[in-house]
Structure formats: C-alpha cells, structure tokens
Design a protein around this ligand. Structure first.
Ligand code: T68
Length: 841
C-alpha cells in the first residue's frame, strides 16, 4: 500500500485483511453474523429481515471500503487529472443490489444469506430509496457516477446530503398528498461520516477594503459561519477494482462560538441560532422545472460550492506546484447552473486568498470549468435577484460585476455599437430589480457548454444561447445523455441479462453494450422470439402483482401494458394521453357488446409521477387521470378492455419493476421542450416500443432503432411557431378536432365528476391558450395509437420490433456518454488500479 513503508509490515496487514475479506460462503456468513452481533448489537440467534438487511449491507460495505481507500490512494500516487462532478441532486436509488452486482458477488451472497434463513430479494426490499433528486437531472448524475467508476475515470461526485429527499406521494381520492421523506430514520450503512472533514462556510457579512503593497485587497468578514461536513458514499465500478466517491455535504453549527451572545444573552436563544445551521441541508426543493428564488436555496447552492472548492484546492495544494497547473489537474463539471457559483468562488479564493492576478486566475477558472444545460424552458432558468446576492454573498456580487465588465469589454471590441447583443450577453438582466443570469455566468466561466441531446444542443446554439454561439462557436458541444446498463438492464431485468449472456457467450456486454447488436441475426429466430416473449410476460406478472399490492387493481396480463411515468408537467403532456384515453373509452361505449372484443384490443394504461407541490395544473391533471380511472375501471361494459392505473410514488425502485414490464411507453412532449429524456432510453433497452414526438433523445433513438420500429407523430420543432400563430388566429371550435371537442364536452358535463376543477383544467386550452399544442397534435396522436393497436395484434411483428429496439440501444449507454465527456471536454484518461487479489502482493 501507499508510500515507502516497510514491506513486511504491509504484507502482514494484507494477510490480516484478506482473511476477513474472502468471499467464500462461510466468510460472508461470518461477517454478516458478526455485524448482527457487534454492529447492531442484536442477538445472532434472532434477528429480523430488516436487521439482516443492515448486517448484509455492512458486510458489503466492508468489501467496498478496501477498494475505495486503495483507489483514492492510487489516484493521489499517480497524481492524475481528476473530474469533479458537481450536482445539487443525486438520485441514487437503492445501493445493495447494485453494489453486489458491480462487485460480482450477488450469487455468493444469495447462497450465504439463504442458509441464514433469508431470501436476498426480500432483503433488497428493506432498503429505503435514497431519493436526493427530482427526476432526470439527478438520476443522470447517478448513472454518470456508475459509468465513471466502471470506466476507471478518476472522478468524484459532490452534492448535498439532504435529510429529507423528494416527498413520498400518496394518492387519496384522486388527489396527491405529499409526505416528508425522512430517509435516514434507520441509519444509512452506505455512508462514511467524516468527522474530520469540516469546512467553514460564511454567509452575509461585509467586504472590507485594505491596501497592501500599493494594491487594493478585499476581505469578506462578519456575518454567520456554519460548517459543512463530508459524508462519503463509495461507488463501485463493474468488473473493476476502482471504487470512486460521492461526497455529500451536511450543514452543522460552526464549532467556534460567539462568546458575547452566550455570555450576555439568553443561553437557549443562542443555541437556537446555532440549530438553524442544520436547517440548510434539511430538505431537497421539490421543483424539477421551475426555479424558486428562495434564499435558503441559494444557501444550499453556496454551501455545496464553497465546501467543494475548499476540498478541491486542499487536494491540489497537497503537492507543491504552480497554480498554472490547475486546469491540467482538475476538470469541474457543472450539472446545470445550480452549482454555478463555484466559478465565482474559485476566482474569489484565487484572487483574495492566494493573491493571484485577476487575468491569470480567470484563465485558470475558465479552463477548469464546463457546464451542462438541461432545459430551455424560460421558467426553469435561474436568475438571482441582486439584493439577495448583495446581502448573502456580498463579495461574490462584486466579483460577478468584475467578470461581467471584463467580458463585455471584449464583446464590445468584437461587436462595437451592438447594444442589443451586449444586453443579451450580459450576466446582469437590466430588469427591476436587476437579476443575475446564472446561465450566462456559466457559459462565460466555462470552456465547454453542452446540451443533452442533438436536437437540444442545436436549439441552444440557434435560440437561447445564439449570441454566445456567435461569439465562441467552438465552445458549444453536444453530449447525448445515456443510462447505465448495470442498473437498467443487469439489475432490473435479470432474465434479459441472462438471455444476453447465454446468447453472447459471456457477460462482457455489461460494460460494452455494442455487443448486443450482434443479436441482429436472432431477430427472426422463433426460439429467441419465444424466449423474448416469455421474459416480457414474467416481468408483466411481477408488475401485475405490484399493482395489485399498491393500487388494489387487477390488471389483465394479456392486455397491452402502456406506460407514461415521469414528473407531471404540462410540456410532457400527460394531459394529452388521458384525453386520448377518454376518447378510447367513449368509442368502446359506442360499440355494441358483441363487437367490442373484435374491435378493441385490451389495454392497461398506467401513469405515474410526482407533481411539484405548488403546481396547480399538474395536480389537476392527476385528478383528471384518477377520476377517469374510477369511472372506467368500474364500468362493467368495459370489463378488462380498458384499465387505467395511477402508480403512486414513482421512484427509482419501482421504475426498476415498471420499465422491464412495459410494452409501450409514452414520450410525447411538445417538440423542442424535452431536452433529452432518459427514461425513453431505459424503456428501449428493455424492449418497450415508444410512442413519441420528434423531441429530445427520441430523435436519436429513431435513428438507431429505425423509424419503422417506433410510433412517431406530431409537429416538428420547426412547425411550432407557425402552429402557435395559427392557433391564435383560429376559432376555437375549428381549432380542435371533433374527437377532442367530444372529450371536452364530456368533462364539461361532469361525466367524470370534480366538475369545477376539471373545467378549469380544460378551459385554459379551450380558450386558445393551448401553449403545448395538444389541439394541434391530437389528430396525429390518434393515428399513431391506431398503428399501435394494429402492430400489437400481430404478435410476431410486435416481438420483432421489441427486439430491434433493445438490441439497437447501445448508443444510449452512459458509458458512451462518459467516454465522450472524458475525451472531448475533460481531457482525462482512465487510471485502472490493479486488483490486489488478482496480483501477488
Ligand atoms: C431533465 N431536467 C430534463 N431537471 O427535463 C430532461 N430542474 O429532458 C433530461 O433528460 C434530464 O434533465 C437529464 O439531462 C431535470 O430533471 C430537474 O430535475 C431540475 C431540478 C431542479 C431544478 C431544475
């Protein structure tokens, strides 16, 4: 290990550890039972399945930690360039199964645990889902960690250890209720609290100017101090010894205290003030596409940024070297603008603390940072009021002005007398009150900016960031998102994974998904098709059981499983989906009983997803779905031709059950508004067909799997503006197709109850305020749905299409995405630590 210690001592240590860390059945059992007794202080003769989960997790954690420590040392020893992935959210999902699979120990544990009286699958169920994220953005960060570990990239994630993750969603009488998610109730065996890694974080205060050697210096002082403490979460790669780190920060009261307030004031009052510090990292903001200008949110962002930059600089300074090496040693990736204040913070440290010249410091910052944009929705773009910033981070505001001044001077040189351009490029929005545009700051402070799918990256350079693109075209890139095949095939679809491994004669496809393309010659093979159908059916059975358990609804296994699960948002158009369902229902009702089964194919339409607590229209859409479900599911005329299910509390764990069981999944956003989508990739990998618009990654999915294997409909990005104008100039009764008007009428009549609410929901779009163009796309959506039915009637055809989707999905592995980030943005290479158990020590 490590440095120049004497070898015999090392050898002795290694032997001691090896006897503990062996992976034969007995050693594993011994370690589990010891954890029951010594870690949990439960008797080894009587422990529950929950205690089994805890002990097993501790036993797996032991196996992670050795690799984790060795990896960190190895990176330090080789002094490699490191990637820091900064994200305000990491939506990790459960650890246990993922860790066992990545360590390739699932079989060993299964056997060992069975003998102790437990079934590993039911042990997995004991783990609470760490849900420190809202949706796509946070889950992307989690997939990226898995890929960075697997590809041996020297990377660390940095985020926040919220005490409360995304709320738990209950559906009662068709309404969403939000229940706090205190996920740490039973402790968290996967984290390592670093009692010795604490950084001070300052808020408020003032900036004092002094003069030193003829130069002005700024000193930020006063205000309040809190501490950020590190919690490390080891992330094992698959089929590699490398184990990287997700470091999450928690806020605590600062240790040094103000004698005055304790001596003169009220003791309890003074303690209360300190307690407030803990509140900063208490709760994750549950908005996924709407920015809220709350001070607490800015505090969270700054805490993440300030602690991380201190940690990064401490590591850089461990070796004596010149500051000019900084961009060769670090690459900082900003997952959206939430951590963008890191740009200002690093610059502040370099000029105020390290006394570097501003131009030089700026060059270092700019070359180290890169920024990923995840949305063009205007309501989601972060803009912080000047007053808020001036109060909370006074020195940062000064530096923002400085950056902006220097930047705009350069722009003026290139484009003299172009005030319009200047005001669109400026970090400051000249509104009343003035605001700081975080996207502009992120672009100016980064050497690379990327969108998350080809169509989205194009939109960035032609619309939202057009002026920036004209200034520096080479800065702009595309990095199409991806998802990890470990969690999204190997863990969640064990049978499909087995089929691939059998057919390909090994499991190296898990780290090289392009291999599944080799199964192209099996597409027509009847036996392979049978296997494929059998697997889908078994996955459907599992979901059927889950639905019965969680919704009390019996669903028909022979029906088409049609799923739309994602955050509730008007742009994602769950609304259009349910309007279509109503139309389908009305058609069934109009058909005579003897004709119904000939004319209609049984479908089970499932929805799932959380609405932001303050998003009224999203909540009304949930109510509409549930009201329609109530009506339809109890209509004896319909029987099992149509069932509607609202899957409550959609999260990573139940996604792992839902996705492999899905036959048709809906990705139907208004063109141009879904940056990428990542669930579309997961569904395709698991053999679901897509009904969708030419939006986000759907476009590239169509390129890969073939348009003939998807159900594509709707307006294209270039049509949108024209359609919106058209809508404004058309009579509403003419604008909507008759099928849709009929549906509106039924809702209006109170056919589904909740009249007031539902009327309000439909009234916005009926009054030509159909911003998301449901009216314009409805006809072609109907046609696409018809094609779905036709294709599903032909079982062989459907199976073939399903296979083609799955085996052509390699592009959407996050391994591909991360390799591109590493090569084209970060400039980092893999460093693989040799596995000590495979090399003689
Ligand atoms: C999503 N964004 C995009 N945002 O909507 C999706 N926002 O198209 C894309 O595939 C995904 O990012 C990954 O690139 C989000 O998920 C948020 O969750 C979010 C959270 C806080 C504030 C703003």
């Amino acid at each position: 290990f490590g440095s120049q210690n004497n070898l015999t001592q090392n050898e002795k240590m290694w032997k001691l550890m090896q006897s503990y860390i062996n992976n034969d059945k007995e050693t594993i059992q011994q370690s589990i039972v010891n954890h029951v007794e010594y870690t949990l202080a439960k008797t080894r003769f009587d422990f529950s399945v929950f205690h089994a989960y805890q002990a097993i997790s501790h036993s797996v954690r032991d196996r992670l930690i050795e690799a984790f420590n060795d990896t960190a040392q190895y990176f330090t020893h080789h002094d490699c360039k490191r990637v820091y992935y900064l994200s305000i959210e990491f939506l990790m999902g459960r650890y246990l199964q993922n860790a066992l699979i990545n360590l390739e120990l699932e079989e060993n544990y299964k056997e060992a645990v069975l003998e102790l009286g437990y079934n590993l699958e039911s042990v997995y169920e004991q783990e609470v889902d760490p849900a420190l994220g809202n949706g796509g953005l946070g889950r992307l960060a989690a997939c990226f960690l898995d890929s960075m570990a697997t590809l041996n990239i020297p990377a660390w994630g940095y985020g926040i250890r919220y005490s409360y993750g995304i709320f738990r969603q209950l559906i009662k009488d068709g309404y969403q209720y939000e229940v706090p998610d205190y996920w740490l109730d039973n402790g968290n065996p996967w984290e390592i609290e670093r009692l010795d890694v604490n950084y001070p974080i300052r808020f408020y205060g003032y900036v004092r100017k002094i003069h030193e050697n003829g130069k002005e210096k700024s000193i930020w002082e006063g205000g309040e101090l809190v501490l950020a403490r590190a919690y490390d979460n080891p992330i094992p790669g698959y089929d590699t010894y490398n184990t990287i780190n997700l470091r999450l920060w928690r806020s605590l009261p600062a240790r040094e205290f103000d004698f005055n307030s304790f001596n003169q004031g009220d003791y309890f009052k003074a303690l209360e003030e300190r307690e407030k510090a803990e509140y900063i990292t208490s709760v994750l903001y549950p908005n996924d596409s709407n920015y809220s200008g709350k001070e607490l949110r800015l505090k969270q962002q700054y805490l993440l940024v300030c602690a991380t930059i201190q940690d990064v600089i401490r590591r850089f300074k461990k070796k004596k070297r010149d500051w000019k090496e900084l961009p060769e040693k670090i690459a900082v990736q900003l997952n959206d603008t939430h951590p963008a204040m890191a740009i200002v913070e690093l610059l502040r440290v370099l000029i105020d603390h390290e006394n570097l010249e501003i131009e030089f410091a700026w060059e270092l910052v700019y070359r180290s940072f890169s920024y990923t944009n995840h949305t063009i929705l205007p309501e989601a773009l972060e803009k912080w009021g000047i007053d808020l910033l001036a109060n909370l981070l006074p020195r940062h505001l000064e530096i923002v002005y400085l950056i902006n001044f220097i930047f705009l001077e350069k722009v003026t040189k290139k484009f003299p007398n172009d005030l319009h351009r200047l005001s669109s490029l400026s970090i400051i929005e000249e509104s009343n009150p003035k605001k700081i545009r975080m996207a502009n700051l992120s672009i100016i402070g980064s050497h690379a900016v990327n969108g998350v799918a080809a169509i989205h990256s194009n939109l960035l350079t032609t619309t939202l960031f057009k002026d920036f693109y004209e200034l520096r075209p080479k800065k702009f890139q595309n990095k199409t998102n991806g998802v990890t095949p470990r969690r999204w095939i190997r863990c969640c679809n064990v049978q499909l994974a087995q089929l691939y491994t059998e057919q390909l004669g090994g499991d190296t496809w898990v780290t090289d998904l392009t291999q599944v393309k080799c199964l192209e010659n099996m597409v027509e093979d009847p036996e392979f098709q049978n296997n494929w159908q059998r697997i889908k059916r078994q996955n459907k059975e599992q979901l059927k059981w889950w639905v019965k358990e969680n919704c009390g609804i019996d669903i028909n296994l022979d029906s088409l499983f049609d799923v739309q699960v994602k955050r509730l948002h008007e742009y994602k158009r769950q609304f259009m989906n349910i309007l279509y369902v109503i139309h389908r229902y009305l058609q069934i009702k109009k058909t005579t009983a003897d004709q119904r089964y000939a004319k209609f194919l049984p479908r089970t339409i499932m929805f799932g997803g959380k609405a932001a607590p303050g998003y009224i229209n999203a909540k009304r859409i949930i109510k509409l779905i549930c009201s329609v479900a109530d009506k339809v599911n109890t209509d004896s005329e319909v029987g099992d031709l149509l069932k509607i299910v609202y899957l409550p509390n959609y999260n990573v764990s139940n996604a792992q059950i839902i996705i492999p069981a899905t036959e048709l999944s809906q990705h139907i956003s208004t063109a141009g508004l879904e940056a990428s989508g990542t669930s579309n990739m997961k569904f395709v990998m698991n053999g679901s067909l897509i009904i969708g618009t030419m939006d986000g990654a759907n476009v590239e999915i169509a390129e890969e799997v073939g348009k003939e294997n998807m159900f594509i409909f709707g307006a294209l990005v270039d049509d949108i503006e024209g359609l919106r104008n058209n809508m404004r100039n058309t009579d509403p009764s003419q604008y909507f197709p008759p099928e849709l008007n009929e549906v509106f009428q039924k809702i209006d009549e109170g056919f589904f109850g909740a009249v007031d609410e539902l009327r309000q929901l439909i009234s916005t779009i009926r009054n030509r305020n159909d911003y998301y163009l449901i009216g314009a796309d409805f006809k072609s959506y109907l046609e696409a749905q018809k094609k779905v039915d036709e294709s599903y009637r032909n079982k062989k055809l459907w199976t073939k299409m399903s296979i083609c989707n799955a085996i052509r999905s390699a592009k959407f592995s996050s391994d591909r995405t991360i390799q591109q980030y590493a090569d084209e943005i970060w400039g980092v290479k893999a460093f693989q630590i040799p596995n000590p158990s495979q090399s003689a020590r």
